[in-house]
Write a protein that binds this ligand. Structure first.
Ligand SMILES: [Fe+2]
Length: 574
């Protein structure tokens, strides 16, 4: 039985395919189209389905759309159409006014938004791009059982079912789903039950998005930059944020809809200089977010009595918050879905439907790694390099020879194996460099054409992680920060953020053999089992997917070398 998962309602559109409890493939649409986040989260783009990601999933499973049994779409429009039920149509105004319609609608554009979702099944059957017709043409609507899955059930399922726990509390936090913005659930074996939720307009995720906009960044996209900015600030405005957020003792909270300009002064526009004032706002927001979520987490722990916590939703990508929950929260173990943003809801929705159909199967959706995207063989890579007349040479030993290049303080593009699912590059589509020289952070920001304040993160051999980073053991997804150990700080200055922390990825041989072997080779030469790892992309572009993307990115940016499969391309200097 094949279940196709689709996320398309807002942004980070994605698809995945599951066959009888086994994940086969998952990918974000942005990687194929090279349009960041796939699309903007606006009603006018809601109809766009992630056809390229769907096509990749079908191809990897070796099937045609007609072979899919169930389609799980990670948004349930009928949660917002209750008052419209029984009516044959909803009105789509030509030019929406200020009336928002039924009580749960929040925007005059909701009719357009909701009708795009209601019509998604027809769009899947008939709206595919011409060049993808091979796996779509001739599919019959009646062959597919379509399921609209509650958005936060999809987030929660993506967190609980692939986690290593047989029993866990589950917390989801994002901007918004249909109505919910925060949910609490309990997972036990193959059952997951929601025990509470916070609804619109009260949303910690939306508050963070609003501050992201206020600070001159792109909301629903650049929230991680606000988190990075926070390290440079002081808690000057914590009382301002505390005054806005009201936490009740039952997991509920409300947030006042304040005008930030009145409280904090004019909005920063993109490209305006950053001042200490901006750093202080970001810092204060981060502090109050952490203390608020800690209160919610304590309530969830007390209510469920569980010792494990699973998390998903865009807010769970805040690795500073996650570390605070790890260090100060009541749960013994935490697992965070690596694709915690909306991309992961295609996975959660598909798992949820697969579970309903296979109640008898024990919980087995393990996710020991995030490498569910496309792979390219040496033959395919070499064929492309020859066709493009790119000068290359074949490596006899990828790990040893790449370590030698890194030893010369060169910055390399590293393209190996199946592409990552989720926003982090984890060694398949990465830019790598030595962490030993402090100037590497600034050099990498220059290579990637991005802001000076942005930190770069380390990857470390799993077996050495605890010697280099405080409380580190197994952390394969870069979702938690750790303090760099004092006695190691001057050995890896490039990856130590201004606050003394680092957002680490641990790697073992089973997760990614070539990546692991490279770290070992670098350790043999330097005694340092750490490399700088940042995503293989440049400003405003998604992570590369194909050999062509990699070569184009490499030649249009100041990288020194590209290690792609068994081949290396090096820039020579006059
Ligand atoms: Fe979401």
């Amino acid at each position: 039985m094949f279940t196709l998962g689709i996320n398309a309602a807002f942004h980070d559109s994605s698809a995945c395919i599951i066959k009888d409890g086994q994940l086969i493939a998952a990918a974000e649409e942005e990687r194929f189209t090279q349009i960041k986040h796939g699309k903007r989260p606006i009603p006018f783009s809601t109809y766009e389905l992630p056809f390229h990601a769907i096509d990749y999933c079908l191809k990897t499973a070796g099937i045609h759309l007609n072979d899919v049994d169930h389609v799980a779409y990670s948004f349930d429009p009928y949660l917002l159409l209750e008052e419209e039920r029984g009516k044959a149509k909803i009105e789509i105004p030509l030019e929406p006014g200020m009336e928002t319609g039924p009580s749960k609608w929040t925007s005059p554009w909701d009719p357009l938004f909701l009708s795009s979702i209601v019509n998604a099944p027809g769009q899947l059957i008939d709206g595919y791009p011409h060049h993808l017709q091979k796996r779509f043409k001739g599919a019959e609507r009646n062959n597919l059982q379509w399921h609209f899955v509650d958005h936060h059930i999809a987030h929660a399922a993506s967190a609980y079912y692939p986690s290593p726990f047989e029993s866990s509390a589950v917390l989801t936090l994002d901007g918004r789903g249909e109505i919910a913005t925060t949910t609490y659930s309990i997972g036990r074996s193959n059952e997951m039950t929601r025990i509470g939720q916070v609804d619109m307009p009260h949303s910690l995720g939306l508050l963070y998005e609003r501050v992201t906009s206020y600070l001159g960044f792109l909301h629903s996209s650049d929230e991680y930059k606000v988190m990075a900015l926070a390290s440079y600030g002081k808690p000057v405005f914590v009382n301002d944020f505390r005054e806005m957020i009201h936490v009740k003792d039952n997991g509920q909270y409300t947030i006042d809809n304040e005008k930030f300009e009145e409280r904090f002064g004019p909005t920063r526009l993109k490209n305006d200089p950053f001042t200490q004032h901006h750093f202080n706002i970001a810092h204060s927001l981060q502090v109050v977010l952490e203390e608020t979520v800690l209160e919610l987490v304590h309530w969830l722990h007390k209510t469920t009595g569980e010792e494990n916590l699973c998390m998903a939703g865009g807010v769970a990508l805040n690795c500073v918050l996650n570390a605070r929950i790890r260090d100060k929260g009541p749960f013994k173990n935490i697992w965070v879905q690596p694709a915690s943003g909306d991309a992961g809801t295609s996975l959660g929705a598909a798992i949820w439907i697969d579970v309903q159909e296979h109640k008898e199967i024990s919980k087995n959706y393990e996710m020991p790694h995030a490498y569910w995207g496309p792979d390219y063989s040496d033959e395919e890579i070499e064929k492309f390099l020859q066709w493009a007349k790119v000068p290359y040479r074949k490596l006899k030993n990828i790990a040893e020879e790449t370590a030698d290049i890194l030893l010369q303080d060169k910055i390399i593009g590293w393209f190996q194996g199946r592409m990552e699912f989720g926003p982090r590059a984890l060694g398949s589509r990465s830019i790598l460099a030595s962490p030993i020289n402090a100037s590497m952070q600034a050099r990498l920001n220059e290579v990637k054409d991005r802001e000076d304040f942005r930190p770069v993160a380390p990857v470390v051999l799993e077996e050495d992680a605890a010697d280099w980073f405080d409380k580190a053991s197994y952390s394969p997804f870069m979702l938690f920060v750790h303090d760099v150990k004092e006695d190691k700080a001057d050995k890896i200055p490039a990856v130590r953020h201004v606050d003394g922390t680092a957002r680490i990825q641990t790697v073992n041989k089973n997760q990614h053999t070539k990546y692991y072997e490279l770290l070992q080779a670098f350790k043999q030469r330097t005694g340092v089992p750490v490399l700088v790892n940042t995503s293989f992309n440049t400003l405003g572009k998604p992570i590369v997917c194909t050999p062509r993307d990699a070569v184009e990115c490499f030649w249009s940016s100041p990288f020194d070398a590209l290690v792609i499969g068994s081949y290396v391309i090096e820039k020579t200097y006059a």
